[in-house]
Design a binder for this molecule. Sequence first.
Ligand SMILES: NC(=O)c1ccc[n+]([C@@H]2O[C@H](COP(=O)([O-])OP(=O)(O)OC[C@H]3O[C@@H](n4cnc5c(N)ncnc54)[C@H](OP(=O)(O)O)[C@@H]3O)[C@@H](O)[C@H]2O)c1
Length: 298
Amino acid sequence: MILVAGGTGFVGSAAVRELLRLGERVAVLGRSAEGVRERYGDVVEAREGDVREPETLAPAMASADVVINAVQFPGSPIENRRKGWTFEEIDLKGTRHQIDAGQAAGVRRFVYVSGVGAAKDAEKHWFRYKWEAEEYVRRSGLEWVIVRPTWVFGPDDVSLNRFLGLARRLPFVPMFGAGEQPVQPVFIDDVGRVLADCALRPEAANTTFELGGPEVMSMNDVVSTALDVRGKHRRLLHQPVAVGKVLGAVASVLPSPPLSRDAVDFITEPAVADNTKLLEVLRPQLTPLREGLARYLR
Ligand SMILES: NC(=O)c1ccc[n+]([C@@H]2O[C@H](COP(=O)([O-])OP(=O)(O)OC[C@H]3O[C@@H](n4cnc5c(N)ncnc54)[C@H](OP(=O)(O)O)[C@@H]3O)[C@@H](O)[C@H]2O)c1
C-alpha cells in the first residue's frame, strides 16, 4: 500500500489520481481523516496525522510499503509562525518526523517532494530547509527518492490561477517584478505520473530527480500564454519588487497575512530544472504549457 501524506493537496492529489488509475492501493494522510473521506470517499484509506506531532505518524503509516511526502503548510509560501506554519516546522521537522515514523512502521521506500533550488548554502531559508530535509531522507537507511519540481501549473494551482482570477476582475494583470525571470512550468498530471513512477519503479531508488516542463520561458510569457488560452486580452502591469516587499511587511501584522516579504522573493525568483536524470531514468512525457493549459482552460 502506498501512503500519500498531503494527498488532499495540489501535488499530492495528482499522485493519488495516478496511483488509483494504475490500480494501486492508496492511503491518504491529512490532518483530518474526515477531510480525506470527504474528498475521496472509500476509494482511498483515510489516515489522520499531523507531521508536527510525531506520535500521530507511526500509527498512520501502519502497513504502508511506500510513503510519498507531499505535505505543505496552508498558505505557503506565506509563513505564519503563530500557527507553526513555517518551512522549518513542516518541510524540515515534518519530514524528519515522517522518516522516523516510517522506520518504526517498516516502510520500505520514502519519496520526498522537495523543490528546485534546494541547496545546502542556498540564500533563501526555504531552500536550505528543503536541503536539510533531503539529507535526512538520503541518510535514513530507507530506499529513498527525491523529486524537485519547478513551478507546477494545473486546474487547482494557486499561482497561475491567481493571475487568471485578477484578469476576470481587472482590465490589467498586476505582477511583481519585471517578469523576466526564467521558469520551466510543469503540468500537474506529469508531476502525478512522475511521483507514481518514483513510488513504484525499482530503477528510481536512491535518486534525486529535478522535474521541469519541456520549455524554459519568462514569467511574462507564461502569464501571457495563459491569458491567451483563456481568451482574455490583458496588459501585464509590472510593480517594483520593492513595492511588493513594503506591502508584504505591512501585511505581516495581520492574523492571516495575504502576502509577506519572503513570498515576494519566492514568486519572483527563477525556477529552472535540470531534467537530465529524469529523462535518463524515468523518461516521462512532458506536456508543453499551451497544451496543458488547453486541457482545463478551454
Ligand atoms: N505547488 C507547486 O507549484 C510546487 C512546486 C514545487 C514543489 N512543491 C512542493 O510540493 C509539496 C506539496 O505542495 P502543494 O502545493 O501540493 O501544497 P498544498 O496544496 O497546500 O497541499 C498541502 C497538503 O499538506 C497537508 N498538510 C498541511 N499541513 C499538514 C500537517 N501539519 N500535517 C499533515 N498534513 C498536512 C494538507 O492536508 P490537510 O489540509 O488535509 O491536512 C494538504 O494535503 C510541498 O513540499 C511543496 O514545497 C510544490
